[in-house]
Design a protein around this ligand. Structure first.
Ligand code: ATP
Ligand code: MG
Length: 559
């Protein structure tokens, strides 16, 4: 996606909003009703966020409502844990379904009645063929399918068999109910699709009440009709299902006539958005769980410190289109930085510490200095403790610096942020020759970071007091997959071995102990970080949400 495309979608509307506006202008609907219909067989990911922002977004913009409907027609893969996580994640993203929480399973009785209605109208039949036989006689894109030998069963026999299917008289797979449409239809979905299959399985909500379950196609549109959905928005892979969707709506006595519209699903570089793959990553322990901060799930993004506002901003920027494309993950990073730069408080943290001793600062003395919490809000400050022993970043010292290195080396003066100018006088090395300590002096006249004589320093570095600092583990995350377009067929071998880097010996400004889990702060000069739920009072754990570097230029250039 280019910047120009982004700007058009940002400024204008998309084709879905155009359709809705036209429907309103033509008086076709009084109220716009949409729905977000997740199947509770996994956690929501950022692709779902695109759909949630679209469905809830248009409902809000046009003064309508959006339902949350669990598409729970497959008891084998669905669990209460997923239902709970989906509700939590939609709310976290900032949307509210009010009292409009629904389950496709609530409609099982109605769907069953409509199946009998089709049978009675000669438009559905019980097929005794095996699944394989049905598949084998479906035909291809170029050849028609063949009629089932059971297609002309008398209505009474169909009714009797279907009722006995429901009563549990037959084992799994023994029979199915199929619509009687057209085995020669150009659209394969219209070749006598399966409406019900036998499945002796306990359902998270209906328990043992049913041993036949409706297909996605038979449940989805009719659920839309029951809820009086006006615009049923789904992803492009359902475009070929639309004629079947319409066939059911036209052939059943449904209370409303919804329409299906398709948009392009979100694809992101370095990311896999398939629930099947995400489930496998969790099951096989390739990640720590659904909320592993490297996962593209909303739970993972939340744990990593990504604010919901950034996801809504991202959804707005990528827009809604009719053609599939792959979005550069740098666009997501851009939205995250954009929001956090505005909202995250600044703190100081040293990730790879190097000890500094200020030789002319009295032993045992400390002082509290004023530090800014955000550059845009000079009124908001906090105290940081200064003392004789500090930590600075190992990378902020060089023994033999190149000319352009404006940080610490022997003989150079730098500013300690919010504190004093210090000059490095000497290095202390261990037996292996590694620098383990810097001996420095400070200029007491430079308190607050400015010299009264107008003397300038080229570098400003962050620091923490050695006595006051709290120890922490900091987890740095990189792309979970090493290739921009991961090969889903063999995704285990595509995992980036460097996707997690743990820094075990970090030193944080003590005020960071009070930040709640999930809330991102900026570690000055390093990036955005948030406390992880693994934190203990004596050992904080922080996740890096994202580094500071602005890659928008790269995104704009398309490179
Ligand atoms: P998967 O194909 O990984 O199993 P799904 O599409 O079946 O995912 P659902 O729970 O059925 O997952 O999805 C709920 C809604 O979210 C659907 O309307 C679906 O079209 C939409 N959705 C799923 N993935 C994406 C995506 N990558 N981009 C946009 N919308 C998506
Ligand atoms: Mg689905």
């Amino acid at each position: 996606m280019t910047a120009a495309e982004t700007i058009t979608t940002e400024a204008g509307r998309d084709f879905i909003r155009d359709i809705i506006q036209a429907d309103i202008d033509a008086g076709r609907h009084k109220e716009i009703v949409t729905r977000f219909p997740p199947e509770p067989n996994g956690y929501l990911h950022i692709g779902h966020a695109k759909s949630i922002c679209l469905n809830f977004g248009v409902a809000a913009e046009f003064g309508g409502r959006c339902h949350l409907r669990f598409d729970d027609t497959n008891p084998v893969k669905e669990e209460q844990e997923y239902i709970d996580s989906i509700e939590r994640d939609v709310r976290w993203l900032g949307f509210d379904w009010g009292r409009h929480l629904y389950y496709a399973s609530d409609y099982f009785e109605q769907l069953y009645a409509w199946a009998e209605y089709l049978i009675q109208g000669g438009k559905a039949f019980v097929d005794d063929q095996s699944q394989e036989a049905i598949r084998a006689t479906r035909g291809t894109l170029t050849e028609p399918g063949q009629n089932s030998p059971f297609r002309e069963r008398p209505i009474e026999e169909n009714l009797d068999l279907f009722r006995r299917m429901r009563a549990g008289e037959f084992p799994n797979g023994a029979r199915v109910l199929r619509a009687k449409i057209d085995m020669a239809a150009g659209n394969i979905n219209l070749r006598d699709p399966v409406l019900y299959r036998i499945l002796h399985a306990s359902h998270p909500r209906t328990g043992e009440a049913w041993c036949i379950y409706p297909s996605y196609d038979f449940a989805h549109g009719q659920s839309d009709a029951i809820e009086c959905i006006t615009h049923s928005i789904c992803t492009l892979e359902f475009e070929d299902h639309r004629p079947l969707y319409d066939w059911f709506i036209d052939n059943l006595p449904v209370p409303s006539k919804p329409h299906q519209y398709e948009f392009a699903r979100l694809n992101l570089t370095y990311t896999v958005l398939s629930k099947r793959v995400l489930t496998t990553l969790v099951r096989e322990g390739l990640v720590s769980g659904w909320d592993d901060p490297r996962m593209p799930t909303l739970a993972g993004l939340r744990r990593r410190g990504v604010p919901p506002e950034a996801l809504r901003d991202f959804a707005k920027r990528i827009g809604v289109a009719k053609a599939n494309s792959v979005v550069d993950v740098a666009m997501l990073d851009f939205s995250v930085r954009e929001v956090l730069n505005r909202t995250a408080e600044r703190r100081m943290a040293v990730l790879k510490p190097l000890k500094v001793v200020i030789e002319n600062y009295p032993d045992g003395q400390t002082e509290e200095l004023e530090a800014l919490n955000h550059p845009d809000d000079p009124a908001s400050t906090r105290k940081v403790t200064f003392g004789r022993e500090l930590y600075v970043e190992r990378d902020d010292f060089m023994e033999n610096p190149p000319k352009k290195f404006h940080r610490l080396s022997v003989g150079r003066e730098v500013r300690l942020r919010f504190a004093y100018f210090i000059t490095c006088r000497e290095v202390v090395k261990d037996a292996a020759g590694e620098v383990v300590e810097l001996r420095c002096t400070y200029d007491p006249a430079t308190k607050g970071g400015n010299a009264p004589d107008g003397r300038k320093v080229q570098g400003t570095i962050h620091w923490v007091s050695a006595a006051a600092a709290v120890p922490a583990e900091v987890r740095l995350y990189n792309h979970l997959f090493r290739n921009a377009a991961p090969n889903v067929a063999d995704f285990a071998s595509e995992i980036n071995p460097q996707s997690l880097e743990v820094l075990a010996d970090c030193k944080l400004e003590p005020s960071l102990a009070a930040i709640p889990a999930g809330q991102a702060v900026q570690f000055e000069r390093q990036g955005y970080f948030c406390p992880d739920g693994d934190s203990r009072p004596d050992r904080l754990v922080f996740n890096r949400t994202i580094g500071l570097r602005d890659t928008w230029a790269k995104v704009k250039g398309g490179g």
